[in-house]
Write a protein that binds this ligand. Sequence first.
Ligand code: DGJ
Length: 559
Amino acid sequence: MPVLDRLRNSLLLAFLGASSVIVGHSQVPSGNAPHLEKRGNTTQLIVDGKPFLVLGGELHNSSSSSVEHMKPVWPHLAAMHMNTVLLPIAWETIEPEEGKFNFGDVDGLLEGARENHLKLVVLWFGAWKNTFSSYVPAWVKTNTERFPRVQMSNGMGTERLSPLSSAVRAADAHAFANLMRHLRDADQDARTVLMVQVENEVGVIPESRDHSPVADASFTAAVPSTLTGFLEKHRTTLNPELRAAWEAEGAKTAGTWQEVFGKTPLTDDLFMAWHYATYIEHVAAAGKAEYPIPMYTNAALIRPNYGPGQYNSGGPLPHSMDIWRAGAPSLDFLSPDIYFNEFAQWAGWYARPGNPLFIPEAQGGATGAANVLYAFGRLSAIGFSAFGVDDQDNAPLDLVGITNPAEHPDTSVLSSMYADLSKLAPMILEKQEVGGITAALIEGEAQRSAKQRIGEYAASITRTGGTSGARIGVMFIQTGANEFIVAGCGEAQISFSTDQHDLPIVGIESIDEEFFVNGAWVVRRRLNGDETSQGQALRLHATDLAQGRIYKVRLYRYR
Ligand code: DGJ
């Protein structure tokens, strides 16, 4: 069965909390450094002592290699209403010569962000970026003897450093520790850098595992007892696919990789996952010893029907998350880069107990605007970030009803969503902690409606617009037993029902249109008549976002 199908089958169990993932063992740093904290129902990112919602954008890969190039970009990013920029810092930039570090560019980037009141998530492009080792310094790249590569089964090398090499690991960890020491010295007071991503979309392609001599030897040696012990301890909550593979071989606590997990390509993937995880653990731990702010790594996801080696084999994917947690406890969470249409499904697989959801890369525009509502409202995400924000990422203007762009210097749909979310953030963060927030998503062409429970009510959301494929996101924030704030993205109509038998009919008591004026949400119009289908439904418009409009809905029940 293809991996994606197996994942799909395991969705139910995953939603039922079948997870052994535990929040990373990061030290809470001294002082007021950014950290994760369990608060009520959720885990939040705490910045300057307060919960923080990352409204982020990731730069194109080469933008942050030049402080000059970034100068005119920063103000544009700030104008897009994002509060955090995700940017690469490359090993080749900070350690061009072995042992000689240069943090001039890092300091310039910190300064640019601060001048524009932006926070940063640093992406450590160390040994790997999208499986390749293209960001390592020349002294690493060219010394293939000292720094061995992943090998194909025919003995040929690839431009990927082997995660089984202790020399690579030591050099990478040394560089990363130096970066984190510098960030501590240069930033612990300003707290511009919130978190660090360690490496980027690791894994091997086009074969499912490394075939270097060291890797071959390790593959036929015993699975480390740290891993089998973890599987035993967390057996009932393991990812169902991982558990099935392990149990199919008798849930052994000793044996080679194929004896423990079976003679399948998945075993290659799990083997690589263990080696990437333990490598990254070494690097992350070295960094945290210098400056313990939250750290994570990200996954490239799996296309339908792709097997190990067609996707990044060994990456932090849903089926190998337990291996990663066993091997890399210094990582605070694992993140998905979601470019696929099935946003709710993929995001849901990562929003597991103990693995707070942070999406470092995703589509922007109208798609991102709908998805971010779902991530924050339904999955209590700590952050969301669209990729490639420095090319302005403008969605078609007519989608938001903008006919004269000159009147709207900020024309990105996602920017408008961020503008609204930055005003709603205090409420969202509070409700993520105490409960009373949810969201729904209408994803594809085929989907016309969605249903979502909110308190004692059920909201039925139906697509009304002509752009049938556009996705629709709706966030509901409960502000009283019968009162809700509704923020939406897309053209839809929402009606309400209940499963409460005493008073089974739901009426709309009132709908008020609200805008954010002088620091507070204020009512502008009481909506009724044609604007609410004669008091029977809340209508969301394509222009809601661009105009900064949300709704306060009051419901009542009768028989
Ligand atoms: C995923 C990578 O993680 C990013 O760095 C970038 O290369 C994007 N893909 C491009 O779509």
